[in-house]
Design a protein. Structure first.
Length: 322
């Protein structure tokens, strides 16, 4: 990387975006620009804040002026309940904002765009999935969001092929860590479980479904490490990488580990009438390891412990808020 590149983080007040800001704000060779929209900005040194609605083409064009690298962490996200009951909320806004960002990046000669995709397009599997294991068959409850992600991946490849801007697509697994969503209405499985465990009152917690599904869970700092490596090491105009822990954890095992890390003695009750996503998968990340020399370094139990320490600090008023 050359000195003092201007790096724009979209979705800077969200989970991945905020962790990205806190990491890159420590680098003296970067001019860091952050976008706020519905959630207010937060105190962080060496950050220039701008307000923009990324579904508005004119806002996007203004935000990308003079930018060298875009880290696109803005997205409409939520948990299993919305994916099953309101799946459309993950399609329109995400398609619109990324279409604007990709075009503006090309129009304004941005050097590189890092786009966070995810694994919703993959089939359920008992073996580690490679990037080429996407078959075109997407589970019904992921149909909308899955094909939206595939469309955006292909649009990134299309613009990269025009030869002006490099695109990096990261198909990451379930991310967890500080600044995640921990409210029970919008959070993913990990964040919801942390809240249930840390606020339990009667010696038990309720888990949706049967807890047999397995997830690949990656600590957020490991994802950001991959972003940094892609910025420094990707040579091709376009590349797509699986980014995950590389191991499948049954949900009931995740719950047990969170309980153990909390130091509490809680009984687990399963509510089979609640919405669940009955898919299991984990990732083969050998392509990222070969091309970017990346692999996760945060042990899962250590990641849980660090997240709970952060959660306790927030609740006690000693840490920065979400």
């Amino acid at each position: 990387m050359t000195s003092r590149q201007r790096v724009l983080v979209c979705g800077a007040t969200g989970f991945i975006g905020r962790n990205t800001i806190e990491h890159f704000s420590r680098r003296k060779d970067i001019e860091l620009v952050a976008i706020e929209h519905e959630k207010p900005s937060f105190d962080c040194p060496n950050v220039e804040w701008i307000t923009a609605d990324l579904t508005r083409q004119e806002d996007v064009a203004h935000a990308l002026q003079g930018i060298d690298i875009v880290i696109q962490a803005a997205a409409t996200t939520s948990g299993a309940g919305d994916i099953i009951n309101h799946p459309y909320i993950h399609t329109a806004d995400n398609a619109v904002m990324n279409s604007h960002i990709f075009r503006a990046a090309y129009d304004q000669n941005v050097n590189q765009v890092v786009f966070f995709s995810c694994t919703v397009m993959y089939p359920s599997s008992k073996i580690a999935l490679r990037e080429e294991d996407f078959t075109g068959e997407i589970a019904p409850h992921y149909f909308g969001v899955g094909w939206t992600k595939v469309y955006l991946e292909k649009m990134a490849e299309f613009y990269a092929g025009l030869g002006r801007t490099k695109f990096t697509v990261l198909r990451h697994s379930n991310i967890y860590g500080p600044h995640d969503k921990f409210d029970l209405e919008r959070s993913h499985m990990f964040g919801a479980t942390v809240t249930k465990v840390m606020t339990a009152q009667d010696g038990s917690i309720v888990v949706w479904g049967e807890g047999e599904e397995s997830r690949d869970l990656l600590y957020v700092n490991d994802l950001i490490d991959c972003v940094e490596r892609a910025m420094e090491r990707q040579d091709e105009p376009f590349d797509l990488y699986n980014i995950g822990y590389g191991e499948a954890f049954p949900i009931k095992e995740v719950v047990r580990r969170i309980i153990a890390a909390s130091g509490q003695d809680l009984k687990i009750e399963f509510d089979r009438n609640k919405p669940t996503l009955k898919t299991s998968l984990f990732l083969d990340c050998s392509r990222a390891q070969a091309a970017l020399e990346w692999k996760p370094t945060t042990n899962f139990n250590e990641g849980i412990r660090t997240t709970l320490e952060w959660y306790r600090a927030i609740q006690s008023g000693l840490g920065s808020t979400v």
